[in-house]
Ligand binder design. Structure first.
Ligand code: GTP
Length: 597
């Protein structure tokens, strides 16, 4: 295929601005899908995505489109729009020459619009601004155009006006892709260099590797080499997504598709790697991508300990499909056998947890999530900490470092005051404010990541009545006065409730935490002391008084059905409880740490 007639592009947007709808509309207009399929939003095929309306996994589709009598191959690389999935955005963008920057005609430029636009600018893509949802009864088109100019530095006159839902302006989108996105470069007879920009596990076919050919040609039967590890394989099959998988004989420069090599383990295919010919390898590999960074960790434990193996199987299955999620067996005195899992962010964690509960049919107890910390020890060693329980004795720590995020808030100007207050409470460093028109502003802060992931999103939403958005990037680690706070229930330390916090907040949070726990843990036959402590020093205490009467005792002498009902109810309630010593601690208590801010 002549590269002159190929265009590779992505659609980048803030969540819900209509990326999937536009992608489907492009498929519909080009005849790749039917009206009925359009309605079913075929690009979001993971049911969980449809439930939450979030595109999680990047997808790619080849579309044939005839313009002025010439047939073009347009490769659309779908990117996820959420803050946790930055790395997937960056990998897919590097496989393109252009991007449609989609902005909602009412909501305007939002935090992830900015983040995604910058990512596209960084890799030198031609950016086509597209204002979507112009059919809405109320729009702010002029202001949105002004935002596109002031925040993103793009020419507002270049913007297209469309309704992805109603199919208005879609021909102009095709025309702009063909006229404004440069065709790919590359020679078909050069040594093969193909960029791996994604991979997916298929239970029948094994690992499917998604590639964009930069130089040369890849053919069925060819012996190829993954340059990073030096491993070689035969290409068993090769094809494109149209949108269903369709095999072809070869892919030439500029083309995008999948290859099957019989690899069974997703961990062997590295995104950002270069595929070359095993016999005539390219001299150099292509510049790689940034690796996905797991910054959030939490423990997942089966409520019923006999489900441990079932949980392990499900975690293994999930990680086959999502190499950015990790798990390791661990034990907790309080929770028994379980797994320590690493996620890209909170949303990623929620999605994994939901999938597990749904697909594995295992009831889970989850511990409060924490971020990764870095320790400089007195013996000169540095140590990464993914679990508060790994924090050594305070005496051996020279410096305790926490990850810092650079956070962009886009919000109505009425939200500026509350956010400044919030950021000050959360140890934020103010960087800048930029006004977008008269009513909205972009504020930038540096904040500890731990403060961002816990509840910043909810706090922002309530401070701005739902209109504020945020986006963050981890910029590094910084030393802070951090301590590990332990929780003791009836004198026993509950390891899964330990948390790392700033010393200045420890007393207040410790007090809130024990108060919360008091509410979550029900009365027992005896008194229960709940304490928060740093090292040996108790900083807060609450007491749950003993039950006065035995509830079942009341039924003695009579009504057996009532007694049975009561027992059944108690059993139900126990499902998500953990017996710790003599005390029963419900699932919710393990997340109290989050609400103790
Ligand atoms: P994520 O996949 O979650 O990132 O969202 P997305 O950007 O792909 O948005 P999606 O296409 O799922 O659209 C979000 C919502 O906006 C859906 O309810 C769409 O029906 C609606 N929508 C998309 N385009 C239009 C449009 O042109 N007009 C109107 N009125 N609604 C639209």
């Amino acid at each position: 295929m002549d590269t002159q007639f190929i265009r590779n592009f992505s659609i980048v947007a803030h969540i819900d601005h209509g990326k999937s709808t536009l992608a489907d509309q492009l498929l519909l207009k080009s005849g790749a899908i039917t009206q009925r399929e359009f309605k079913e939003q075929i690009l979001d095929d993971l049911s969980i995505e449809r439930d939450r309306g979030i595109t999680v996994k990047a997808r790619t589709v080849a579309i044939n489109y005839t313009f002025e009598g010439q047939e073009y191959e347009l490769n659309l690389i779908d990117t996820p729009g959420h803050v946790d999935f930055h790395y997937e955005v960056s990998r897919s963008l590097a496989a393109c020459e252009g991007a449609l920057l989609l902005v909602d005609a009412f909501q305007g430029v939002q935090a992830q619009t900015v983040a995604n636009a910058y990512a596209a600018i960084e890799v030198d893509l031609s950016i086509i601004p597209v204002v979507n949802k112009i059919d809405l009864p109320v729009t702010r088109i002029d202001e949105v155009l002004e935002e596109i100019e002031t925040v993103l530095g793009l020419e507002p006159d270049d913007a297209l006006m469309i309704s992805a839902r109603d199919g208005i302006g879609v021909d102009e989108v095709f025309e702009a892709i063909i006229n404004r996105v440069p065709p790919p470069q590359g020679k078909s007879d050069a040594p093969l260099q193909a960029l791996v920009f994604d991979s997916k596990y298929d239970s029948f076919r094994g690992v499917m590797t998604y590639v964009r050919i930069m130089e040369g040609t890849i053919e069925k039967g060819q012996r190829i080499k993954f340059m990073r590890e030096g491993t070689t394989y035969d290409v068993l099959d090769i094809g494109q997504f149209r949108p269903e998988m369709r095999v072809c004989d070869r892919l030439g420069p500029g083309q995008v598709g999948y290859i099957l090599t019989g690899i069974k383990d997703l961990g062997q295919v590295h995104v950002g790697d270069t595929v070359t010919d095993a016999r005539q390898p390219a001299e150099k590999s292509l510049p790689g991508y940034q690796l996905p960074q797991q910054m959030v960790f939490a423990g997942l434990y089966p409520t019923d300990s006999s489900d441990f193996e079932k949980l392990r199987d499900s975690l293994q299955k999930l990680s086959l499909n999502d190499s950015s999620f990790s798990y390791m067996a661990e034990t907790s005195d309080a929770l028994g056998f379980g797994f320590r899992c690493g996620f890209l962010g909170l949303l990623h964690m929620e999605i994994i947890q939901q999938r597990l509960e749904r697909e594995a049919d295992v009831d889970l107890i989850q511990t409060a999530p924490n971020v990764t910390y870095e320790l400089l020890l007195r013996n000169g060693e540095t140590k990464k900490i993914d679990n508060p329980q790994e924090v050594p004795d305070a005496g051996s720590i020279q410096e305790f470092r926490e990850p810092i995020a650079r956070v962009n808030f886009i919000l109505p100007t009425t939200g500026i005051g509350p956010i400044m207050q919030l950021a000050a409470d959360r140890r934020g460093t103010y960087i800048s404010t930029e006004y977008l028109g008269t009513n909205r502003a972009l504020m930038i802060y540096e904040l500890p990541l731990a403060e961002v992931i816990y509840d910043m999103h909810d706090k922002l939403k309530s401070a701005t009545r739902g209109y504020g958005t945020l986006d963050y990037d981890v910029i590094g680690f910084r030393a802070a006065d951090l301590v590990k706070v332990d929780v003791l229930v009836k004198g026993n330390r509950v390891d899964a409730l330990s948390t790392i916090m700033h010393r200045a907040d420890a007393e207040r949070r410790g007090r809130n935490l024990v108060k919360r726990l008091k509410k979550e843990i029900s009365k027992h036959q005896f008194e229960i002391a709940i304490q928060a402590a740093i090292g040996g020093k108790v900083i807060a205490r609450e007491t749950i008084s003993a039950l006065r009467k035995n509830v079942t005792a009341k039924c003695y002498g009579g009504d057996i059905t009532r007694k049975r009902k009561l027992w059944a109810k108690q059993r139900e309630g126990k499902k998500r409880m953990r017996q710790f010593g003599q005390v029963e601690i419900p699932q919710k208590a393990f997340l109290s740490v989050l609400e103790a801010g």
